[in-house]
Design a protein. Sequence first.
Length: 348
Amino acid sequence: MPSLEGTRAHRSTGRRQWLWLGVAAVVLAALLTAFVLVVPRPSGGDGRQVAERRSAAEAFPGGLATQPADENQPRRRETQARADGQDGTAAKIAVIADQPIATWLTDTSVSETRETIRDVVRSAERQHRTPVFVLYNVPDRDCGSYSKGGTAADAYLPWVRSAVRAMQGSKAVVLVEPDAIAQIQVCKRLAADRLPLLRKAVGALTGHGLTVYLDGGNENRVPVATMAKWLREAGVDRTQGFFTNVSNFYRVDQERAYADRLADTIGDDPHFVIDVSRNGTGWRGTWCNPDGAGLGQAPHVTRGTTRLDALLWVKTPGLSDGTCNGGPAAGQWWESYALGLVENRARD
C-alpha cells in the first residue's frame, strides 16, 4: 500500500503533466489559427490567389431560368405569328422560345441596362432559378466587324459597376464579353488595353454573390498556352472559370476536350460552360451564319462531377451573326434561319 506522501507526489506530478499538455494544446491551436489567417487558401502553385470554385449546383441554384417575355425575342415572334394565324410557324419558334436563353446586355444606356437586369432577375426569382447574363459592351467590340460597338473607353467600368449593382444578391451567372480575349489573336490593337480592362471588370464583379466566367474562345482559334496566359492576365483566378463556343458551332465533345486542356494549362481547376445553342450538326466550315446548322441539346446544369458546370444556350438561336451568307445585320431576327435551326436540331 503506497504512503500518503507518495500518493500526493504522484497526484502533483500528474497535475503538472496535464497542465503542460494543456498549455501545449493552446499554443498549437494558436499557431494553427495564425497559419490559417496568414497563409491564404486556396492559392496557385506560383502564389496566385485563386477563387474558391463552386459546385455546378451552387453556381446555378435551382437550375436555369427562362427569360421573361419582354426580353425573349423568339417568344415575341412566336406571339406575333400566332396572332397572324401562323400556328405552324409559331409552334416551331416555340421550340426555341421555351428554352432558357442567356440575356445579352449590349445597350450603352446605364438606365436601360439596369431595367433589363431587374426584369430578368424578378422573373428568375419567381421561378426560383438562376438568370444568365452576357456582358457584351466592351470598347471596340468585335474589332469593328459585324457586331461593332460598345461603350466609350472611359464609360465601360462605370457601366459594369452599374450593372453589378442591379444584379447583386440575385446569384446570377455572368459571362463576360464573348470574343473579347480570343479576338486579340487577330486584332492586335486590342492587346495593350483589353486584358487590364477586363481584369478591372472582374474586380467590379467580385464579391457580390455572382458567378463569373471569362471568354475562353473555342478550339482551333488561339493556342492553348496563349489563351491560358491571357485568361490569367484578365483575372480568371478570381472567377468560376471560362466559357467556350459562344455563337459558334463545335460539338460538345470537341469543345469539352479543348476546355479541359485549357483548364489544365491555367491550373488550379477552373470550371467552364459551353454554348450549345447551335451546335447540333457540328462545325459547318464558318462561324458566320453557316448553312445546315441546327439547335444543340437542351441547355442544362450538369451533375457537377467534372469541371463542366453547364451546357447553355448563350447565343439566341435565330439571331443573325451578321451580313454574311445572306443574313441581316448582326443581332437581328432571321426567321428562315431560325426555322432551319429547328428543323436540323439535335435529337437528345
